[in-house]
Design a protein. Sequence first.
Length: 129
Amino acid sequence: MAIPRSYTLGLVFGAFGLALVTAMPPAAGDTVPLPDVSLDEIDSERLERFAKASLRVEAIRDEWSDQVEATADPAEIRELHEAQEAAIVEAVEAEGLTIEEYDALFTLVETNEVFAAEVLRLQRSHEED
């Protein structure tokens, strides 16, 4: 069963803020490997933590995006981005995940429809709370 593109885009863009913030280019010749994560290795508690973290990341991204758009000062924009990055890291870690785990799970959201559908279902259940 295919997931409607609008659902997966909402999920992906919700987590997109972290991908942008943590996507710092590695030094020349360095690579930053993500931990290998397969669906079989993800327990329901970890999946739940990821769903909650991605909602928090989305809220942070929305809040900070408005502030960044409201200024034209490059120094202030840089400060806002640094503060956003710190807030995102704190939110992800508060849910019991490392940034590396979050990024690996985010990659699964982008590449696996079954995983994306389950995360979306969990996100919706938390939005209703």
